[in-house]
Design a protein around this ligand. Structure first.
Ligand code: C2O
Ligand code: CU
Length: 465
């Protein structure tokens, strides 16, 4: 029995889902490391280039019907007809060529969230003239390091992402020693959408949405509002990659009936894995989890959501994946891996980003960074190679997932280890990060609540060569 992840308002009946989009096997020629891993996830982009060092794919943004649940199909924005779009997979050091076609009725770009690509290939509309309706563009870049990333538009992103434009990127390490081998690898795109009368609700239509970002009333897992069921042998240890692509909702996830730990973040595998009771995943962030289904009994992957129960706000666990643990035992060896992270470097610069909001009589609600809404000029200029302490000062009660393009940073908080490109700054608080500015160019620094970004919380920094 499948249940729908509808939080309120929307009636979506419990019906068997059409063909599951969770099945798939490694396309031949893609699995360069010859892993015994079984792959589960949405379809992959087909590599058209036989050269093992080059991944060449076709990507088309177009309107297509997308099945959100057993009974609800909506004209959506898709990549190659899918939402989430097909997986882009490459190996660190590969050249990636994406022949992009825009078949949407409006301009768009593709941003490779987290990939440290050259500025001209980053999909920033401040640098790349957006691809017009009917136009094409070839993105051509080298993927420098391994990890889990994602792609999405950077034009009117609050609408284009919500309507379905999002996809996962997996970059595998170059050497086998850097890659653990699990029995199976799955990835899950966590999202939510706001529906009204079986349609996407109007955008930026309410004060609520402008203030808090667009919070959906249906949770989606890999584009579907249905609970997924998987069956695994007892003892199975898997690698799960998760991405939060929602417009505004910080996801909080955990497992019941399984042993799990965090093995990777935005910037790839961690040197030291760690355990948590539940994991907060702000918009834009990625995590890699190692999950052991030891049984006996079923397990489930759940998302914790605040719901209004007759006026009382309470946190409730919504199942995303039900795991049936089969009695057939499987023994999987403990995995280890090496991390080739750069040695820590001394901080040699600093910058403060302050987050504010203003209600302007003519402009309406304006979100600001350092007193400016949509600042036309970059806020800071740094030199390539600098390690900059960035103080993110949030002067308002709403949280902001702050994202820096083109670079990695570390959060100066021991409970959030690893390299990141996105960090959650809770309401009325200060978060410090140390950014390693190794990639020259003009880079966006913005809030990843897409409504905040569209309403002004979108700035730039410059890293001079
Ligand atoms: Cu994921 Cu500037 O974005
Ligand atoms: Cu924000």
């Amino acid at each position: 029995m499948r249940r729908s992840l509808i939080l309120c308002c929307v009636a979506v009946a419990c019906a068997p889902q059409p063909a599951s989009n969770f099945e798939g096997t490694l396309a031949s020629g893609v699995d360069v490391l010859q892993l015994p891993t079984e792959y589960f996830g949405p379809r992959k982009l087909v590599d058209l280039d036989p050269d093992p060092d080059v991944v060449e794919v076709n990507l088309e943004a177009k309107i297509d019907n997308h099945q959100l649940s057993g009974t609800l199909s909506l004209p959506s924005y898709t990549y190659n007809g899918l939402s989430p779009g097909p997986l882009l997979e490459a190996t660190a050091g590969n050249r990636v060529i994406v022949h992009f076609t825009n078949s949407l009725p409006e301009p768009t770009t593709v941003h490779w969230h987290g990939l440290r690509v050259p500025e001209a290939m980053d999909g920033s509309p401040r640098i790349q003239t957006p691809v017009p309706a009917g136009g094409t563009f070839t993105y051509d870049f080298v993927v420098p390091e391994a990890g889990t990333f994602w792609y999405h538009p950077h034009v009117r992103a609050n609408e284009q992402v919500e309507k379905g434009l999002q996809g996962v990127i997996i970059v595998r390490p170059r050497t086998p020693a850097e890659e653990p081998h699990y029995a199976a690898e799955r990835y899950f795109v966590l999202d939510d959408v706001l529906l009204r009368n079986g349609q996407f609700a109007p955008f930026l239509d309410t004060f609520m949405e402008k203030m808090h970002g667009r919070t959906g009333n249906a949770l989606l897992l890999n584009g579907s509002a249905e609970v997924e069921t998987v069956t695994v042998p007892a003892g199975r240890v898997e690698r799960w990659r998760i991405v939060n692509t929602s417009n505004a909702r910080t996801m909080k996830v955990s497992f019941e009936g399984a042993t799990w730990r965090v093995i990777g973040t935005d910037g790839g595998l961690l040197r030291n894995a760690y355990s948590v009771e539940s994991l907060e995943v702000p918009v834009g962030q990625r995590y890699e989890l190692e999950v052991a289904f030891t049984g006996p009994g079923p397990a489930r992957f759940v998302s914790w959501v605040l719901v209004n129960n007759n006026g009382a706000i309470e946190e409730r666990a919504f199942p995303l994946v039900e795991v049936v643990v089969d009695s057939v035992p499987e023994v999987w060896p403990t995995q280890s891996w090496t991390v080739s992270a750069p040695a820590p470097r001394a901080i040699d610069g600093d910058a403060t980003f302050e987050f504010d909001v203003m209600n302007d009589p003519t402009m309406g609600l304006m979100w600001m960074i350092n007193g400016q809404s949509h600042p036309a000029q970059p806020l800071f200029s740094f030199q390539k190679g600098q390690v900059v302490l960035m103080r993110l000062v949030n002067n308002v009660g709403m949280e902001h997932p702050f994202h820096l393009h083109g670079q990695f940073f570390e959060i100066l908080d021991a409970s959030q280890p690893g390299f990141k490109d996105t960090v959650l700054v809770p309401g009325n608080s200060v978060v410090e990060i140390a950014a390693t500015l190794d990639n020259p160019g003009r880079w966006m620094a913005h809030c990843h609540i897409l409504e905040h970004a569209e309403l002004g919380m979108m700035s730039e920094i410059v890293v001079t060569p």
